[in-house]
Design a protein around this ligand. Structure first.
Ligand code: CO
Length: 132
């Protein structure tokens, strides 16, 4: 059902330091910081040959990334995102299988229409599905 790994999202307490790590130390191509108030994050995209990483830093009040960093102050892997061919159909079929969904219908994400699966149903890993 799931396809390619679309991205890995990492919550970072210090966006400049994380950007420097991926760009200067690890030699990856990184984007400029992108402020996305609707999503409560400032993001830097790290381009990889076979996928990408999203560095997520909280923006504004009530950011879910801020809550994550409250629990995990050093930062860490926030979620992983897989591509699926029919997102609504995939969410419907997961729901019918008893998987706990955060999104029962697709919504606008950073990389297109997305839906999240609750970590309670996935061994503690927040999984995002993106429509391809
Ligand atoms: Co994501």
């Amino acid at each position: 059902m799931i396809g390619r790994l679309n991205h890995l999202a990492i919550a970072v307490p210090d966006l400049a330091a994380a950007t420097a790590l991926y760009r200067d130390t690890l030699g990856a191509t990184v984007s400029e910081p992108l402020e996305l108030p609707d999503h409560g994050v400032t993001t830097v995209f790290v381009e990889l040959e076979n996928s990408k990483i999203e560095l997520l830093h909280p923006l504004g009040e009530g950011s879910t990334v801020a809550k994550y960093l409250d629990r995990t102050p050093d930062g860490g892997i926030h979620h992983i995102c897989f591509e699926v061919e029919n997102l609504q159909g995939t969410l419907d079929s997961l729901g019918e299988s008893g998987v706990q969904l955060i999104d029962k219908s697709p919504r606008e994400g950073l990389s297109g229409m997305i839906g999240f699966i609750h970590p309670r149903s996935t061994g503690g890993v927040l999984i995002e599905l993106v429509d391809q």
